[in-house]
Design a protein around this ligand. Structure first.
Ligand code: NAD
Length: 343
């Protein structure tokens, strides 16, 4: 059987590793092989790929998407590129944004150039709802002008525009996805859900930004991965697809659920100074993905959250070394609990 060879950048991170485990797992397609290209920054975890490391259809390359030689060689060997690699944490982009520009913008450009040279069949660029900026009411459609506010979201918006320009100028089959806030197992414990859960499991306080009324739409990792696969296999070249989760919550409401699930009280909450330029609300209209591709989020949030908490409770050996490591010893880009940074 001929196989579609997929190059997955950032495949050792939270979403990328879930995508790879899903593709090579028992319910994944059997006509794909996967190469992960990952630089193994602080956000990567080799253990996240343990499940697939013995698969004959899996290969791991440790390398940087900013390295033109590595990228050129790998892109030449593959049919599709699914591009997750990025610096992904807003707080870190407020503290220092150079890596965000070089990885998210220049790294994407290096990949696109190689894809153009080698005639890549399909290039899926994974982006974020944050590129639309804050929306007080309603939901952002794919047509909405981009209005990013943080260095992170600005770097992602820049990479979206370059990716789409490679379609419009050169005809490269680029498809862009913009998803809302992901949650699930194997997420680095700096983002709000794994940070709060692991703090609560350790009997520590959790830092809540500002008035706690910032609103996010929550998307289970399984739903996101299904959405990306629909875009890769059925989407159209040059199109943008929003992928939403359908559960809008303020950070206060989310915190209440986490406290309840972990058996903790509001005494565990420490209100800290707000993040600079903190977007108030994100919400994406995912009707295009629904109508064109049949996408619909399936995971019930309460169930998904309980499973996520259980996973962190049962897998301390995955997250304890990460929390003890140097990545979380870096002071946060705000005042408040040292070393505790929230999404
Ligand atoms: P993550 O931080 O968990 O993982 C990023 C991965 O990219 C890591 O494995 C890291 O080692 C790798 N990487 C970073 N710089 C690299 C480089 N220069 N070369 C090669 N590899 C490099 O991120 P994530 O949460 O899995 O996000 C994946 C993608 O989804 C990102 O593009 C992000 O912008 C986007 N996204 C994430 C969310 C979310 O809720 N997590 C929401 C919207 C969009």
């Amino acid at each position: 059987m001929s196989q579609t060879r997929i190059l997955v950048t950032g495949g050792a991170g939270f979403i990328g590793s879930h995508y790879v485990r899903t593709l090579l797992g028992p319910f994944g397609p059997d006509d794909v092989s996967v190469t992960v290209l990952d630089a193994f920054t602080y956000a990567a975890s080799p253990a996240s790929l343990d499940e697939v490391s013995d698969s004959p259809r899996f290969r791991l390359v440790v390398g940087d998407i900013r390295d033109p030689d590595t990228v050129d060689r790998l892109v030449a060997e593959h049919d599709h590129v699914v591009h997750f690699a990025a610096e992904s944490h807003v707080d870190r982009s407020l503290a220092s944004s150079a890596e965000f520009v070089t990885t998210n913008v220049l790294g994407t450009h290096v990949l696109l150039d190689a894809a153009l040279r080698h005639g890549t069949q399909t290039f899926v660029h994974v982006s974020t709802d944050e590129v639309y900026g804050s929306i007080p009411a309603g939901s952002s459609s794919e047509e909405q002008p981009l209005n990013p506010n943080s260095p992170y979201s600005a770097s992602k918006a820049s990479s979206d525009l370059i990716a789409l320009a490679y379609h419009r100028s050169h005809g490269l089959d680029v498809r862009v996805t913009r998803c809302s806030n992901n949650y699930g197992h194997h997420q680095f414990p700096e983002k709000i859900i794994p940070l709060f859960v692991t703090n609560l499991l350790d009997g520590r306080k959790v830092p809540l930004y500002g008035d706690g009324l910032h609103i996010r739409d929550w998307l289970h990792i399984d739903d996101h991965v299904r959405g990306i696969e629909l875009v890769r296999t059925k989407g159209r070249a040059g199109e943008v697809y929003n992928i939403g989760g359908g559960t809008e919550l303020s950070n206060t409401d989310l915190t209440a659920l986490l406290l309840q699930t972990c058996g903790a009280s509001w005494d565990a909450v420490e209100y800290v100074a707000d993040r600079k330029g903190h977007d108030r609300r994100y919400s994406v209209d995912w009707s295009k993905a629904h109508v064109e591709l049949g996408y619909k989020p399936q995971k019930d949030f309460t169930e998904g959250l309980a499973e996520t908490v259980d996973w962190y409770r049962d897998n301390r050996d995955w997250w304890e070394p990460l929390k003890a490591g140097p990545a979380l010893a870096v002071p946060a880009a705000r005042t408040g609990t040292t070393g505790a940074v929230a999404c």
